[in-house]
Design a binder for this molecule. Structure first.
Ligand code: CTP
Length: 424
C-alpha cells in the first residue's frame, strides 16, 4: 500500500461500465479512483462503447480496456478470469436495468457480467436508468436479488434524467460511489482475529413427532449479521434455529432448533467467543412433555402445559468476566420500546440491545428490511432509517466494533485473539 493516499491506494479495482448515457460519469469515477492510488481496470459492454470510447479509459488507467469476453491477455490467459481473480473490488457504474437483470439471473454474455460472476471480490453496483425502469417491479426484484448476493447498491439519485424528465434514476455522483468503495475497504478486516457467535432464527418446541410451538422468525437479520462479520474477517459461528434463508457460506453452522439445544450450543460457544449476538427468537415456553406419538383428534379440548424455557442470553450475561463475551441482545416490542429494551439490557446483563417495533404497520419479521434503535446503558444511541437488513448489519458491526474496541484493555489491543475483558 502506498502511504498517505487512504483506503484505495494499491487496491485493484475493476470498473464495469454498461450502456447508459451516464457512462460519461464513469470517466470521472475512473479518474478519481486512479488519483487515489487504485490500480483500475475497466471492462465495458458493447453498448457502453457507443457512449464512451475505450481510448478514454485507457488513457486514464494506462491499462487495456476489456470489452471482449473471449479475449486473452498478454500471457495468453483468459483476461476476464484473470481480472476477476485479481480484483479487490468490482464497481459496476453505470449499471443499466439490463445489466441488473443479467446479473440477477446469472446471464454471462459479456466482459462485465463475466468478471462480476467469476469474481469473489465484493461488488458495488451503481444503477442508472429512467425512473419508470428503476421503479418497475422487475428491476426492484433484481436489485433485491443482488442484495441477497451481498452486492452493495449505491442508490440512484433524484434529478434530471436523459429524457429531460425529473425523477429517480440518475447515477449517484462519482464522489458518493468512491465513498462506498472507501467504506468497504475501511471496514474490511476490522473484525480480523475475533470469534463472533451469532444466533439466528426461531426455536421450535415439539408437541409430538409432527407438531411444534414456534414463531415467525426468518433468521434473515441473524444471517445478515453472520455474513457481514465473515466479510470483515471474523471467525463466525452461526447457531441456527429454524430459518427461512440458507446460512451464509464460510461460517460454522451449529443447528439448534429447540431452546434447550440452543442453550447448550450458546453456552458451549460463548466462553470462546469475543462477541455474542443473540438475534434468535427463543420461545419463552415449551410443552412440559412432548408426546412420543402423534396426538390424535378426540373431539375434546386439548390442554397443553407449557413450562418456561431458560433465558439463554441472561445466563451468558452472568458468566465471569474472564469468559463472558461482549453481548448484544435483540428486543422486538409492540409497546414502549425504550423502557422494555432498557429493562432487558439491564436484567440480562447485555452490553447493547437492538430494538425494533413489531405489530405496527411495518412488520420486520420475515422482511428484507428493518428499522432498529440500538440502546446502551446510557440510552438510545442510534437513529437509523428503514434499511435493508444487510445494511443494518453493517451499521451494527461498525457500532459493535467501536464499543468493543473501547472496552478492550489497551495491553490486549494488539493480541491476535483470546480474552479481552472489561466490565464497567
Ligand atoms: N432470549 C434468550 N432466551 C430466551 C428468550 C430470549 O436468550 N429464553 C434473548 C433473545 O435472543 C434476545 C433477548 O433475549 O436477544 C430478548 O428476547 P425477547 O424475546 O424480546 O425477551 P424476553 O425475555 O423473552 O421478553 P418478552 O417477555 O418480551 O418476550
Amino acid at each position: 500500500m502506498t502511504e498517505g493516499l487512504g483506503a484505495l491506494a494499491g487496491r485493484r479495482i475493476v470498473v464495469g461500465v454498461s450502456g447508459s448515457i451516464a457512462a460519461y460519469k464513469a470517466v470521472t469515477l475512473v479518474r478519481m479512483l486512479a488519483e487515489r492510488g487504485a490500480v483500475v481496470d475497466v471492462a465495458m459492454t458493447a453498448a457502453a462503447g457507443r457512449f464512451v470510447g475505450r481510448l478514454t479509459f485507457e488513457s486514464l488507467t494506462h491499462r487495456p480496456v476489456l470489452d471482449d469476453v473471449f479475449e486473452l491477455d498478454a500471457d495468453q490467459q483468459i483476461a476476464h478470469i484473470e481480472l476477476a481473480e485479481a480484483a479487490d473490488a468490482i464497481v459496476l457504474a453505470p449499471a443499466t436495468a439490463n445489466l441488473l437483470g443479467e446479473l440477477a439471473s446469472g446471464l454471462v454474455g459479456d466482459a462485465v457480467t463475466a468478471i462480476a460472476c467469476a469474481s469473489r471480490a465484493p461488488v458495488i453496483v451503481a444503477p442508472a436508468m429512467d425512473a419508470g425502469m428503476w421503479t418497475h417491479p422487475a428491476t426492484q426484484r433484481n436489485v433485491a436479488t443482488l442484495r441477497e448476493f451481498g452486492y452493495l447498491i449505491v442508490e440512484p439519485e433524484v434529478g434530471e434524467l436523459a429524457s429531460g424528465l425529473t425523477g429517480i434514476g440518475r447515477l449517484a455522483e462519482p464522489a458518493s460511489i468512491i465513498e462506498a468503495v472507501e467504506r468497504l475497504f475501511a471496514r474490511a478486516g476490522d473484525l480480523e482475529g475475533l470469534h463472533v457467535v451469532v444466533s439466528a432464527g426461531g426455536t421450535r418446541e415439539p408437541l409430538d413427532p409432527v407438531r411444534f410451538i414456534g414463531n415467525r422468525s426468518s433468521g434473515k437479520m441473524g444471517a445478515a449479521l453472520a455474513e457481514a462479520a465473515r466479510d470483515r474477517g471474523a471467525a463466525v459461528t452461526l447457531i441456527a434455529g429454524s430459518m427461512s434463508v440458507s446460512p451464509p457460506r464460510g461460517v460454522t453452522v451449529v443447528d439448534a432448533t429447540t431452546a434447550q439445544a440452543m442453550r447448550e450450543a450458546v453456552l458451549r460457544a460463548a466462553p470462546n467467543a469475543d462477541i455474542l449476538v443473540m438475534a434468535a427468537a427463543v420461545a419463552d415456553f415449551a410443552p412440559a412433555r412432548a408426546s412420543q406419538h402423534k396426538i390424535k383428534r378426540s373431539g375434546e379440548n386439548l390442554q397443553i402445559e407449557l413450562v418456561p424455557n431458560p433465558d439463554i442470553v441472561a445466563e451468558v450475561g452472568e458468566m465471569p468476566d474472564d469468559v463472558r463475551p461482549f453481548i448484544i441482545g435483540f428486543a422486538a416490542e409492540s409497546d414502549d420500546l425504550e423502557a422494555n429494551a432498557a429493562a432487558k439490557l439491564r436484567d440480562k446483563g447485555l452490553d447493547l440491545i437492538v430494538g425494533n417495533v413489531v405489530g405496527g404497520p411495518f412488520d420486520a419479521i420475515g422482511s428484507d428490511e428493518n428499522k432498529v434503535t440500538v440502546f446502551a446503558a446510557e440510552g438510545a444511541i442510534t437513529d437509523w432509517p428503514m434499511l435493508p437488513k444487510r445494511q443494518v448489519a453493517e451499521r451494527l458491526w461498525d457500532l459493535i466494533g467501536d464499543r468493543y474496541g473501547q472496552m478492550r484493555p489497551q495491553a490486549d489491543a494488539t493480541a491476535p485473539s483470546g480474552r479481552r475483558r472489561r466490565r464497567q
